[in-house]
Design a protein. Structure first.
Length: 319
């Protein structure tokens, strides 16, 4: 899902400093700093759930490689793929896996792509802090958000404990968002299956926070890092998928209990980009440093196995 650039600028700056410190600890066989020999431009767009993480990594990389300029846009996963598949960018940040339509778009555009996982996320359902409901089943959430839902009040949701009498005020991303795609499939059983009468905030999660914070019956969904950034203004809802109530957190994502809203986060580089040394070193730097940078800005890092697998995959792709 997307929101404005630099959603968390202060933390990104801190992450950049941290990235500089951990670069020396890289376990890659190559020199992630790239020295003074690297130059060029790297263009990345896509999910702004992922965008703040890529921005933080880019700041650290550019500090060590001042002749490489990395630009990071936040057009949403779908909007970013439109640019990527037209050859306008080198890589696309994505909060959901590439789908068949996007694959066709890239095929038609002559763009070959690869998939690298760079982090994990606890896609979070958030409500107003005054809401007394602490936990909802997947079916209860679906009854609010599904395409044919006619619910207008929390009191109409079956089985809530405690009951809550407040008008529903729903906020969510637009259809170009990977968060929209992931949420609708995970909660409503089909990608894109969602009611139309909600406050569509496009790529601006700040609107969701403002809306939910200002309405007792407010509800929205977005990435875990944005929940952490706005704790106190909104509260994360615990989810019961059949084995009890589970909150969104790093621990519940890593141990597999936060279902069905734990998700991987990706970057999709083009084959052409992977043939350029400055881009290869950027990707090496990304994976070498992501698990140090990610927690400092509210992201959930890769497991040891995920990190090993994706580093090995990247090395196999570099020409």
């Amino acid at each position: 899902m997307s929101s404005p650039k630099l959603k968390i600028p202060a933390l990104i700056g801190a992450a950049a400093v941290l990235a500089l410190g951990v670069a020396a600890c890289s376990d890659s066989g190559s020199d992630s700093s790239g020295g003074s020999n690297l130059s060029g431009n790297i263009r990345i767009d896509g999910s702004s759930t992922v965008g703040p993480l890529t921005e933080a990594i880019a700041e650290g990389f550019q500090a060590e490689n001042p002749d490489v300029k990395v630009t990071v846009g936040t057009s949403g996963t779908g909007g970013g793929f439109e640019k990527f598949c037209a050859g306008e960018t080198d890589a696309n940040d994505a909060s959901s896996e590439i789908d068949s339509e996007q694959e066709k778009l890239c095929k038609d555009g002559g763009v070959e792509w690869e998939e690298i996982q760079i982090a994990n996320d606890a896609l979070s359902i958030v409500v107003n802090p005054e809401n007394p409901v602490k936990c909802m089943t997947v079916d209860q959430v679906s009854s609010i958000w599904e395409n044919d839902s006619k619910l207008t009040s929390w009191s109409e949701v079956e089985g809530l404990n405690p009951s809550f009498d407040a008008d529903l005020a729903l906020f969510g991303p637009g259809t170009d968002s990977g968060t929209f795609e992931y949420f609708t499939e995970a909660i409503n059983g089909e990608e894109g299956n969602q009611r139309k009468n909600y406050n569509n905030v496009g790529e601006d999660d700040n609107q969701s926070v403002t809306g939910v914070a200002g309405a007792p019956g407010g509800m929205a969904y977005f990435g875990y890092s944005f929940l952490l950034e706005n704790e106190g203004k909104v509260r994360g809802m615990e989810i019961d998928s059949g084995n009890g109530c589970v909150p969104p957190s790093e621990e519940t994502v890593q141990d597999g209990t936060y279902t069905p809203l734990a998700r991987p986060l990706f970057i999709y580089p083009s084959a052409d980009a992977l043939a350029r040394p400055e881009f290869d070193e950027f990707m090496r730097y990304y994976l070498d440093n992501v698990n140090e940078v990610a927690p400092s800005i509210g992201f959930i890092g890769l497991t040891d196995q995920q990190l090993t697998d994706n580093k090995k995959k990247l090395e196999g792709l570099i020409k």
